[in-house]
Design a protein around this ligand. Structure first.
Ligand code: ADP
Ligand code: RBF
Ligand code: MG
Length: 386
């Protein structure tokens, strides 16, 4: 633990949108429904232009990007009521509830520092039941300049009664990371745009893939204690589809076959879950239920452009099963996806993941999901036909 200690802090200042809340999902939905009125189509690729901005700056970016025939103030005042009605539909990001519960349980003072307006922040967090977690809240309308100005973070530190140097900032946007560093604070970046890690590395003190990967002990804060034998239990989630052809390199290049799922119709499920290595149970209609370890993401080693799901069923099959219905119950998380200097080191790591998953799945906590009807229903119906 001491070896990896970066710096001691005594409090945490969090950004809200994109860090704790999946606000961008709702923003995208609202714009998707709104832009057609101006004869335009929302293109998700512009999403990163609005991340971390104040509402007015974000509106200005959309007006400019799409060449809308209205002013930014006019656009914002039209959009605002639509967006406000959607605040209750914003979901917490993976690991947000866990992090807030953990820090508050250990009495670590927490502040929210967001470019959103104070009123907006208050509504968003009351929908989540998070109001009591924060002893300080600073909104973009309470300072003269929003992020990337350090003002919002300095104000939060002042109200927390702490020196900036003993504050840890957690931020998803480059603007926010810049603001935190300018305030003289320690900054962990959790980028909300995938595959952009390199842009954050020079600015932040650490870049992590999702809140699940935060190690508070690196900053002198109490460590999480919910890891069990190298795994983090997650709310079980379910995904199933016929097995499709993948890149054809699993067995050939790695000696590790991965039964690729069609991601069609699963895009929102896929975007809800951070990339990384997960494990659980796999049900194959007509065959049985097996232990499974999988990667979700872009496979940095191969630098894929699509986010894929690649489950390795921990069983020897003597044939392929393309086209068969594969159902997964994912019960836990192992690690973030990483790049490797060589194929050998990637293969070795995947075998280590296999050992971790195999051992963990024998724990009652995880083994009970083997009997989930979701995995077995297709089996039963096949049997009845026979
Ligand atoms: P692809 O790129 O088409 O997914 P792979 O080389 O990754 O090809 O091989 C995956 C295929 O191998 C699966 O679709 C499945 O039909 C078969 N297969 C055989 N054994 C396994 C296993 N233990 N786990 C996953 N897939 C397996
Ligand atoms: N690919 C990576 O580039 N980085 C990883 O960290 C990584 N972890 C994996 C873990 C498991 C359990 C499995 C089954 C695969 C992993 N892969 C990873 C994906 C591997 O590159 C993928 O199976 C091939 O791209 C085959 O299509
Ligand atoms: Mg595959």
């Amino acid at each position: 633990m001491a070896k990896t200690l970066k710096k001691l802090v005594s409090c945490v200042i969090l950004d809200l949108d994109g860090t704790l809340l999946n606000t961008d999902g709702v923003v995208s939905e609202v714009l998707k429904g709104f832009l057609p009125k101006y004869g335009k189509q929302w293109d998700g690729r512009e999403a990163k232009k609005i991340i971390g901005k104040t509402p007015l700056e974000a509106a200005a970016a959309v007006v400019e990007e799409y060449g809308l025939p209205c002013g930014k103030d006019e656009f914002l005042s039209e959009l605002y009521p639509v967006f406000s009605a959607q605040l209750c539909n914003i979901k917490p990001l993976p690991g947000a509830n866990r992090l807030l519960k953990h820090l508050s349980g250990h009495g670590v003072p927490m502040a929210l520092a967001s470019n959103s307006s104070r009123g907006n922040i208050e509504s968003k967090i009351s929908y989540q039941g998070w109001r009591d977690y924060f002893s300080v809240i600073v909104g973009g309308d309470e300072v003269t300049a929003g992020k990337p100005s350090p003002e919002i973070f300095l104000e939060a530190a002042k109200r927390l009664n702490r020196e900036p140097s003993s504050c840890l900032v957690i931020e998803d946007s480059i603007l926010g990371v810049t603001a935190g560093k300018a305030a003289g604070m320690e900054v962990v970046a959790v980028p909300s745009v995938p595959k952009q890690t390199d842009l954050y590395i020079p600015a932040a003190d650490e870049v992590i893939n999702s809140l699940l990967d935060l190690q508070p002990e690196k900053w002198g804060l109490p460590p999480f204690q919910d890891w069990i034998k190298g795994t983090l239990p997650t709310e079980p989630w379910y995904i199933g589809s016929p097995v499709i052809k993948g890149f054809g390199r699993g067995s050939k290049v790695l000696g590790i076959p991965t039964a690729n799922l069609s991601t069609e119709g699963h895009s929102s499920l896929l975007s809800e879950h951070p990339s990384g290595v997960y494990f659980g149970w796999a049900g194959l209609s007509t065959r049985g239920v097996y232990k499974m370890v999988m990667s979700i993401g872009w496979n940095p080693y191969f630098n894929n452009t699509e986010k894929t799901i690649e489950p390795w069923l921990l069983h020897e099959f003597n044939e392929d099963f393309y086209g068969e219905e594969l159902r997964l119950v994912i019960v836990g998380y192992i690690r973030p996806e990483v790049n490797f200097p060589s194929l050998e080191s990637l293969i070795a790591k995947i075998h280590e993941d296999r050992r971790i998953a195999e051992r963990a799945l024998d724990l009652p906590l995880y083994s009970k999901h083997k009997d989930d009807p979701y995995l077995n229903s297709s089996l039963h119906s096949e049997r009845n036909h026979a």
